[in-house]
Design a protein around this ligand. Structure first.
Ligand code: LRH
Length: 474
């Protein structure tokens, strides 16, 4: 059977990639043509993303994509959630902040003085995370907000640079905290009561809708055909990843594991119960109007930031070797700490924070580098197992299988220990779920494949067989 070509730009917190997809009823082939680092930059006013650098690298990748596959019909862009750029007359005003920047604390205080979290939850259904866009806007200078005419989340900003069209894609807009859960509209009342200018939020657009044709000068610089355009996808990376989880949503939990571990289930509509609020679960917008009922678990960030710290101290680390020696450590000999403790959120010395956590909780801290690595993996696995079970309970899903997708699906120790601690089989992969979900939604819009999310997931399952980890008793 035939297939068509589409391209995905997928920006993660540590790296970005450009991927060509050949997609058809029995085909789902993804080829990476560009891969580049995403290194945040600290300036005296805070921690920022180098968005111009990322856009430049994405263009280089797209140029290569059109060279390799001139028939590419469309481009889709996804990235991490919540962060935005402010514009006036189409020009970026100020350098976008990184969600790990400490300024959000001020915004939390300001917003909660106006509306406490429990009240916000009944409107937006979002887990409390100090960096949700509404808190970032709450910390923004009033002058700058008054000066700007548009706010665009990161993928929407890239889409704007490519097409000249300023829109807000729905799945990512749901992470701002300013969209009515399940309702797919900006919450005008909330925006007004927070004193935010309604006019900066552009019209919403749903995954699968066309954003627009490439600007002529962009198309020319990419060597793209005049008809190539940008299609809205699940531009929140986690929304795209969930599209490509090869699961049966009525009996599975998923973990999209990269910098973060997003642990949850898919449901038909937001769950705004007291139980969901108390467990700090989020209801984020999914592709095709589904709801992603999940919780942010700290994720591989804790491990990668630990490794970065050791490397800064002059100890080069080979991650596979570290994980091999971590596998040799006796699991019972290392502490299981609370990975979601807020102290682990900002960049910094993770081993020292683990030591402090252990001292406060009267348990022995790890000593060697393999012991630290093992302790982190065990702690993540425990949080994953607990949160998957909780997600099933809150969402009314009888969880029989846990799927792990993203970079974490390659971490065999983490997959096995999650299975062990959950007492459930773990199905690992695909590693590039986010890019695959991005490609699939575009391919469906272009008519290269048809059907429901279920049939897209079936295509993933047929073309990317997951690796099975069977739970073992300790
Ligand atoms: C994962 C992710 C997550 C958000 C965080 C900001 O990349 O998009 O879903 O909570 O980044």
């Amino acid at each position: 059977s035939g297939s068509g070509a589409v391209a995905a730009v997928d920006l993660g917190a540590t790296s970005g990639r450009v991927i060509i997809g050949h997609v058809g009823p029995d085909t789902l082939e993804a080829t990476t043509v560009g891969r580049f680092a995403n290194d945040p930059v600290a300036t005296p006013d805070g921690l920022h993303w180098n968005l111009l650098g990322l856009y430049g690298a994405a263009l280089t990748g797209l140029r290569e994509a059109f060279r390799v596959a001139p028939a590419i019909a469309s481009i889709g862009v996804d990235s991490w959630a919540v962060d935005y750029g402010l514009l006036r007359d189409g020009r970026l005003v100020g350098t976008p902040f990184h969600y790990r920047d400490a300024r959000t604390e001020r915004g939390v205080t300001a917003v909660h003085e106006c509306l406490p979290h429990a009240e916000l939850y009944t409107r937006n259904g979002l887990q409390f995370l100090p960096f949700n866009t509404l808190y970032q806007l709450g910390a923004e200078s009033a002058d700058l907000l008054a000066f700007a005419d548009t706010a665009l989340l990161v993928p929407d900003l890239i889409g704007f640079w490519l097409t000249g069209q300023a829109r807000a894609e729905l799945t990512n807009a749901s992470t701002t905290g300013l969209v009515r859960g399940g309702d797919a509209t900006w919450d005008d009342e909330l925006i007004a009561s927070l004193g935010l200018p309604r006019g900066i939020f552009p019209a919403l657009i749903a995954p699968g809708e066309g954003l627009g044709a490439l600007l002529p000068e962009v198309a020319a610089s990419l060597g793209a055909g005049a008809s190539a355009g940008v299609t809205a996808v699940g531009s929140h990376d986690t929304a795209s990843a969930v599209v490509a989880v090869p699961m049966h949503a009525e009996s599975a939990a998923y973990i999209s594991c990269g910098t973060w571990g997003l642990v949850g289930v898919e449901v038909e509509r937001p769950v705004l119960t007291g139980e969901a609020l108390a467990a700090n679960f989020t209801n984020e917008g999914g592709v095709d109007g589904r709801t992603r009922l999940l919780r942010n678990v700290m994720g591989l960030w804790v491990l990668s930031e630990t490794v970065r710290g050791w490397e800064r101290q002059g100890h080069p680390i080979d991650l596979p070797t570290l994980l091999d020696s971590a596998s040799e450590v006796d699991a019972a000999s290392v502490p299981v700490f609370d990975v979601d403790d807020p102290r682990f959120m900002p960049p910094g010395d993770m081993p020292a924070r683990i030591d402090a956590w252990c001292a406060e909780h009267g348990v022995a801290a790890p000593r060697t580098r393999p012991e630290y690595a093992r302790s982190i993996v065990e702690s993540l696995a425990q949080a994953f197992a607990d949160t998957a079970r909780q997600a099933g309970g809150i969402g009314g899903v009888d969880v029989k299988t846990i799927h792990i997708v993203g970079g974490g699906s390659l971490n065999r120790l983490l997959c096995q220990r999650t299975a062990d601690r959950a007492g459930l089989p773990v199905l690992a992969g695909p590693v590039e779920a986010t890019a695959l979900g991005n490609l699939l939604v575009q391919a469906r819009a272009a008519g290269f494949v048809g059907g429901s999310l279920e049939s897209l997931r079936d295509l993933v399952a047929r073309t990317h067989r997951p690796t099975r980890y069977t739970p073992r008793a300790d």
